[in-house]
Each structure stands twice: as C-alpha cells, then as structure tokens.
Design a protein around this ligand. Sequence first.
Ligand code: PLP
Length: 382
Amino acid sequence: MAVDFEATPSPCFLLDESLLRRNLELLAQVQRDSGATVICALKGFAMYSTFPLVRRYLTGVTASSLSEALLGEQEFGGEVHAYVPAYMPKEFDAIARIASHLTFNSLSEYERYCGRLAGASAGLRINPEYAEVETDLYNPCIPGSRLGVTAAQLGDRLPADISGLHFHTLCEKGSDTLERTLEHVEANFAAQLRQVRWLNMGGGHAITRQDYDVEHLVALIRNIRARYPNLQEVILEPGSAVAWETGYLISTVLDVVHNGGQRTAMLDTSFAAHMPDTLEMPYRPRIRGANDAAAQPEFHADGHRYNLGGLTCLAGDFLPSYTFPQPLQTGDRIVFEDMMHYTMVKTTTFNGVTLPAIAIAREDGSMDIIKTFGYEDYKRRI
Ligand SMILES: Cc1ncc(COP(=O)(O)O)c(C=O)c1O
C-alpha cells in the first residue's frame, strides 16, 4: 500500500509497518538459521507501539538505562539484557532485577556491583582494539577509549561470576567486518572465550541493508558456536537493522527566503531539535523526490536548488543544497527518508538517559528542587 504523506500531522515521524515487518522477518531468519539470539537495541529504536509486532520475531531487547529496561520489561515482555557504560548507583538494583544478562563496562564496575546481581547473568564488555569505523564519533576502539576492557587489562583471568563476553565495535558494517573483528577477539581473548557461556556480538550489523551477506553471517555464527561448544548463547543486538529504512520524518515548507543567491525553504521541523544526527554526524539525509546536490555536485545544475532551513534560531540549523523537480511552495511536504532509527530516539531521549533535574539555589541559601524526571517522562515522549 502506498503511504499517504499528506495524511499525517506535520512534523511527524511516520513508520511504515510493512517495511518493519520485512526487516523483522529477515532478522528472525538469521535467528533461526544461525541459532543466535537476536534482540533489539532500544538505544537505536524504542518505538514501543510497534512492540506487539516486534516481539513476534525477536527474543527481547537490550537496554542502556533503567528507563529502557523498564520499557523492555513492561512493553516488550521478552528477555531484557542490559549494558550501561557506568551504572547509576540508584538505578543498578532495579536494572539487575529486570535483566537476564547484565554487562559491565569495566572491572571496577564489576567489583562495585558483583554482589548485587539479583540472578542476572553477568558479562564483561571487552575492547578488542580493532574497529573498521571511519568516524571517531562512532568508534569505540579509539586509543584511550572508555568502552570495554582491553586484553592487557584483563590478562588471562576472568572474574569468578562472569559468564559472558560482550563486544560492540561495528557500525552499519557487513559480515566481512564481523569476520575480521572475530579474528581479533579470538586472538586477544582466547582464554576467556573458552570460559564463558555467552558471547554478545553487539550491534552495527547492517543485516537488513540490501547488500548484506546474510548467509555469511549465519556461517560465522555457526562456526564460532561449533568451535566453542561452551557458548550456549551467541547474541546479536542490532538497533539500526531493526528499523532500517522503515519510515520518515514528514515536514512542511513554511516560507522561502532568498539571500546572496541562495534560496532556503524554511521548514516546520529542525535539524538541531528533531534530527540532531544530521548535524553531528557526517551524513546527509535523503529526501523523497529530491537530489542531494551537496553530495553530488552534478545535480547543482538540475532542477530547483534549495537549502533546507530548520525552525530553531541556531544559525547552523540548516542543510545546504537539495534540488527538487519543481519550485517549492509554502505548504509543500518535505519527506526525510530513513528516520526511524537513532534520529527518532535522539529527538525523544537518547539511550533513555534520565534528563537532569531542575533546581534553584535561592538567595536565602535554600535549595528548591523544581522538577525531577523519570521513566514516565521518557515513555511519554516515544
Ligand atoms: C553496546 C551497543 N549495542 C548495540 C548497539 C546498536 O547498534 P546498531 O544500532 O548500530 O545496530 C549500540 C549502538 O551504539 C551499542 O552501543
């Protein structure tokens, strides 16, 4: 069924259920054919109104905060895994109560909390010091990275009640990258790999991208399971791949302004407020029916060229140079493609990280705590 882009409010994140189902079917096939457990990384996609569909295909979710863990428990209902770079002392016990698998980022975190696992199976995030990620902002293996324990830090030992290893070093990568990464993991953590019950291979597997080699992924997982019979579970926790190309951010042209030979279509959305990844990251969103003349200068001469302006007063809240087949008019809809993973959670609450409280230090020396935020605030925004 063709989606009616005129029928939504504006601006609006619009998910196409049939596209989500197509991704889920492929992920379920990976799960079936490889014997891996596939769970959805809520930090990438947390639109819980889709969970009745998602849970028919995937085993559970992975959470990176108490809010995400609660969302998993209350709205998904399958396994909830947890990994937080540093657990908040006041949230740890609640997360441990919910989580079936709980991964620590460092040995000091493990030592701080190992007596409070509440039955969760504990894992350790390892840093294989190998990643094929071009952009440092996404690269957990940059020198001095805060993410994961290196082989030198760990030596041959594994703390007594660690039953899993976790690595996350991929970002929208193919199975060939996973293969090379596994070689480094095996080279650096051979002793520990033989001691654990589960291995979580993180996210960043672009499984639902058209060129992804699913058979190769399945073969890699089967192979590692065969060579390490102690691994009762191999886990993949994709976020992007779940919601890859499943929906849009729909916006509307409010005005067109001209300055110095540049035309800017002013939209009722904002790159800074609604699509911060389009400014933070080296990536340009695709726009339905338009060409990206900044990325492909050959389109400069083609059609009608506009910058797209955001609604905040930040000077840089715009994207340069898209060309459209017709001149843009007030009221025209501008549809941004592939906005359901990361863009949406960055607009709502990234990683479910609790918003800072708001307080006033009064002139008389007293302190008024005006507001604190929690799970309900997080949930209401998705
Ligand atoms: C630990 C961990 N697991 C899983 C993911 C999901 O990755 P992706 O959405 O690229 O599949 C991330 C993303 O940052 C992550 O940090």
